[in-house]
Design a protein around this ligand. Structure first.
Ligand SMILES: [Zn+2]
Length: 191
């Protein structure tokens, strides 16, 4: 198996999947400027998150199609190897959440990582963070963050989580309204 730094065909910038300390990681195969598309995200959409999926919309999770070869996986779906970071250098964005955007200048050879908690509402398989910049908390998804932790991620948030924030605000207002309502008034269930 050849895991050398090979530019990904057909993309403006390139990503290589490389074994680092026994783990496959997605690395920049060339310098990527802040704001540039590091990678277009290809795949199929599934309604529920899986261990490796990337959320691109409400109830929409990008997944690698079944039956792809190892070579296809590395060449077409390197996003599958994007790790989490609490201080990420990329975020998932763009039309329908199908691009990985560089947040800072990323030199060739650097690992590309994004903040799962600023993109995934719920992780299928939570894990303890090993990014090195935090206390090793359990990464479970945006839905499990405290309100101030959610707001801190505001500049990174995709549409599906921004909508979630709005809804959270509305819900808070409804709670406040409800406390003013009389005790015997029936409220419709909120979601
Ligand atoms: Zn961390």
């Amino acid at each position: 198996m050849n895991l050398s730094m090979q530019p990904r065909e057909g993309s403006r910038t390139s990503v290589a999947v490389l074994a680092v300390h026994g783990e496959l990681r997605a690395l920049a195969a060339e310098d990527i400027a802040a704001g540039d598309v590091a990678l277009e995200l290809e795949g199929i959409l599934v309604p529920e998150p899986t261990r490796y999926s990337v959320q691109v919309g409400e109830g929409q999770h990008l997944e690698v199609p079944a039956g792809v070869t190892w070579e296809q996986l590395l060449a077409r779906y390197p996003w599958r190897y994007l790790n989490h970071a609490c201080n990420p250098n990329t975020r998932v964005a763009g039309p329908a959440g199908r691009s990985l955007i560089a947040l800072v200048d990323i030199p060739r050879g650097s690992e590309l990582r994004f903040d799962y908690e600023a993109n995934e509402l719920e992780l299928a398989e939570p894990f303890p963070c090993r990014c090195g910049d935090c206390d090793g908390h359990l990464v479970r998804g945006f839905a499990h963050l405290e309100p101030e932790q959610q707001l801190r991620r505001l500049p990174l948030l995709p549409e599906h989580l921004l909508r979630r924030l709005d809804r959270g605000g509305q819900q808070a207002n409804m709670e406040a309204d409800r406390s003013d309502a009389t005790a015997d008034e029936h409220q419709p269930p909120t979601r």
